[in-house]
Design a protein around this ligand. Structure first.
Ligand SMILES: [Zn+2]
Ligand SMILES: [Zn+2]
Length: 256
């Protein structure tokens, strides 16, 4: 068993590097290199400022510590007897890797929706989730900008996942990576979905950057992470979401 600090420091470096590299690439492309040519994709017309970015980076760095602690706990020897982690890739069919990855995202979506609803409770909002909502016009840097208690709750999904389904460390790594990329897309501030997405059945179930941006702008409604499913089931989707999505896509592609 490796000493805690050694494992924790690797997990922390991985988490914070993922944040700065992936959010940084999106920020570079959308905010520094091509903001003028991507203007039609912009969801809110005003721009977030430097002070917002710095505040978000600071909170995200603290969140990275909390997320790393939760990941180390999820993979710790102490929790191991209760988890379903497997290390031999051939213990299950190789097909289980993509299938379990899909399932981790579905479980995470449900976990996030209910955690998010709880964080919006008036007794909890001001002392926790308000930090994330200080960003009314989110950017890629908002992705991990949480109060440290929210970051612990966010990281709790790793613990839940290893307890409820057999997962290979490779799948967990892919989950952490894909989850973060989708998170950055949700906070991008720009809509990049192709035009044909609107008429596909996927539009009915998957949420978009506009969807989460609307949550930051309005504070209420659109609590889901990857899917519209829980919001539609619980009737918490903002009634103007589709109208707003159409407005932005019309701004990009012209009226239909
Ligand atoms: Zn919220
Ligand atoms: Zn957000």
């Amino acid at each position: 068993m490796k000493p805690f600090f050694e494992v924790f420091s690797s997990a922390f470096l991985l988490t914070i590097a993922r944040y700065f590299i992936i959010a940084g690439i999106f920020f570079l492309v959308f905010y520094l290199l091509f903001p003028k040519s991507l203007l039609r994709n912009k969801i809110q017309s005003r721009l977030a400022g430097k002070a917002d970015f710095l505040r978000e980076m600071l909170h995200s760095s603290i969140s990275s510590i909390m997320l790393a602690i939760m990941a180390v706990f999820a993979l710790s020897d102490g929790l191991r007897p209760y988890t379903l982690i497997y290390t031999d890739l051939h213990e299950y069919s190789l097909l289980w890797v993509p299938l379990s990855l899909l399932l981790t995202l579905i479980v995470h979506d449900a976990y996030f929706y209910w955690m998010h609803r709880i964080l919006h409770h008036k007794k909890l909002f001001k002392i926790t989730h308000l930090v994330h909502h200080q960003s009314t016009n989110p950017s890629p840097w908002t992705s991990y900008s949480f109060h440290f208690l929210e970051a612990i709750a966010e990281g709790g999904v790793m613990v839940l996942l290893v307890l409820v389904m057999p997962l290979h460390p490779l799948t967990l790594g892919l989950f952490a990576l894909s989850s973060f990329v989708i998170n950055v897309y949700g906070h991008l501030g720009y809509e990049i979905m192709p035009k044909r997405f609107r008429n596909s059945f996927l539009f009915e179930i998957i949420n978009t950057s506009t969807f989460h941006n609307f949550h930051h702008l309005k504070f209420k409604g659109n609590y889901g992470l990857y899917l519209r499913v829980w919001d539609r089931l619980m009737k918490t989707e903002h009634p103007d979401y589709v109208k707003e999505y159409d407005r932005i896509q019309n701004q990009r592609f012209g009226g239909v």
